[in-house]
Design a protein around this ligand. Structure first.
Ligand SMILES: Cc1cc2nc3c(=O)[nH]c(=O)nc-3n(C[C@H](O)[C@H](O)[C@H](O)COP(=O)(O)OP(=O)(O)OC[C@H]3O[C@@H](n4cnc5c(N)ncnc54)[C@H](O)[C@@H]3O)c2cc1C
Length: 174
């Protein structure tokens, strides 16, 4: 009779990844799934975004795992020629009340090792013409869209603490 070391219950992305790793390590693994097929629940219906690690609390395990997991995922895709797109992530403020939150996301992302670049309004329009914003940050800008007016001293620049009061946003307005 065959022997099993481990039973994994649930064949979503987490159960399958755990089962794969255990099996690669030589364990006898059985995966049990309630549905008729593997990967038909949350894992099959998500937004398909590879999160950059922008939002998680600085220094948290979630942030560290997200950033590391993303690298591993890209490597896995490259090794197996799995099609994917690196479209980048645009964070915007639509009015002044959202500027502090935008700055804090920028700071948090920089602390997590994934600093976003500040954008001008012209950059944002070029990237997403339908978006109306007064400030923006981008992580992993798509290669085809270069800014014409980079903002090196903008206070949203990563690693720079956000000021208590809002500065005159020369580059936020056109
Ligand atoms: C709307 C939405 C959008 C998301 N977008 C993203 C995204 O863009 N990027 C991202 O990285 N993450 C995203 N997520 C999160 C991500 O999809 C989940 O974290 C991930 O799919 C969870 O995988 P899982 O294997 O834990 O769960 P599931 O995929 O739900 O798998 C669990 C499996 O266990 C089975 N099961 C449950 N109970 C039993 C039982 N008693 N016996 C046998 N089988 C059982 C279920 O049938 C199911 O197949 C999103 C989540 C949601 C809800």
């Amino acid at each position: 009779m065959e022997t099993l070391d481990i039973i994994v219950i649930g064949a979503g992305v987490v159960g399958l990844a755990v089962a794969r790793l255990l099996a690669l390590g030589g364990r006898g693994v059985l995966v049990l799934e309630a549905e008729a097929a593997f990967g038909t629940q949350t894992s099959a219906r998500n937004s398909e975004v590879i999160h950059a690690g922008l939002y998680y609390a600085a220094g948290s395990l979630k942030a560290a795992l997200c950033v590391r997991g993303k690298k591993l995922l890209y490597r896995y895709f490259a090794e197996r020629n799995i099609p994917h797109r690196r479209v980048g992530k645009l964070l915007i403020a639509t009015d002044e009340s959202e500027l502090p939150a935008l700055a804090s996301y920028g700071q948090r992302a920089a602390t997590n090792g994934v600093p976003p670049e500040p954008l001008t309004i012209a950059d944002i329009r070029r990237l997403e013409p339908a978006v109306r914003a007064i400030a923006g940050l981008i992580r992993n800008r798509p290669a085809s869209s270069k800014p014409t007016n980079p903002c090196p001293r903008c206070w949203l620049t990563p690693n720079r603490p956000a000021p208590r009061s809002l500065p005159t946003p020369r580059l936020w307005r056109e």
